[in-house]
Design a protein around this ligand. Structure first.
Ligand SMILES: [Zn+2]
Length: 271
């Protein structure tokens, strides 16, 4: 079900109020291509939308392209036909690459699994955690199979950095609705500038504020979408102010990771 929030009338990323050359556009909290239908009208300037659509498209086409096609998710490019790359190794040792239609191979998606956000464990904000990255693969169904084939390989892509930025964007967009941005302009100060910087810049390490949640607690979704779950949470810290965060589970019916985006410190006067 499509849900449209009140217009923000300001770019939630850079603060642009909208000009003829850089107009405000509608923002999907979950990308359109992930069947997201929660819309923030006039919430992203064109310049920022150009930046965010780049990492979103990378995730949608590469990391989730095959699975989206298999599950018939929406696509703005109707003509795009997803191909699955398969490598067959035959009993005689020959190796052959083959292409199959998305529905001729098992349903598959590879999720990058991030460490916990660095802020929760006192890391340096710039620490590179890419060496701690894991991958969780979900598959179901039978591979294309013939008697002579000894081993079947299938290509799955992961896009860790673009996905971390997409997760940051989803969390931030959802937070804007949670905190009714339009009514409370001070909210921008409350949310880490660094989160917006992560969304807008490919050169920053996102791992201080974006990561995974290892609590195993169910994501109690606060968004009406049958594919994905999003939940606002607060995280207490011992001798420091608590943190506001968003938990996100993409493709919630799969056994994928729960992503965590830290938004900012909880204002003492609000807690
Ligand atoms: Zn902007």
């Amino acid at each position: 079900m499509v849900k449209t929030y009140e217009p923000v009338n300001e770019c939630i990323y850079c603060g642009e109020l909208g000009t003829a050359g850089n107009a405000l556009t509608d923002e999907h909290i979950l990308p359109f291509g992930l069947n997201g239908d929660h819309i923030l009208p006039k919430a992203s300037c064109r310049r920022c939308a150009t930046v965010t659509s780049q990492f979103e498209l990378k995730c949608l086409r590469e990391a989730f392209g095959l699975y989206r096609s298999q599950k018939q998710f929406r696509s703005r490019k109707k003509s795009h036909k997803q191909i699955a790359e398969v490598i067959n190794r035959y009993q005689n040792g020959n190796i052959q690459r083959a292409e199959y239609g998305a529905n001729e191979v098992p349903k598959a998606v590879a999720f990058p699994v991030f460490p916990v956000p660095g802020i929760l464990v006192g890391n340096d904000p710039c620490k590179d955690l890419s060496e701690d990255l894991l991958v969780k693969i979900h598959t179901s169904g039978r591979p294309p199979f013939s008697e002579q084939v000894e081993e079947v390989g299938m290509k799955l892509s992961i896009t860790p950095q673009p996905l971390a930025r997409m997760i940051a964007k989803i969390g931030y967009g959802f937070a804007v609705t949670t905190f009714s941005y339009a009514e409370n302009r001070n909210w921008r100060g409350y949310c880490f500038q660094q989160l917006r910087d992560i969304i807008l810049s490919p050169h920053l390490k996102p791992w201080y504020l974006v990561g995974c949640d290892y609590s195993n607690a169910l994501v109690q979704s606060e968004i009406d979408n049958r594919f994905h779950a999003i939940q606002f949470v607060t995280i207490a810290r011992e001798s420091e102010r608590g943190l506001a965060a968003i938990r996100i589970k993409l493709f919630a019916d799969l056994d994928g990771p729960v992503y965590l985006v830290v938004l900012g410190e909880i204002d003492a006067s609000n807690s």
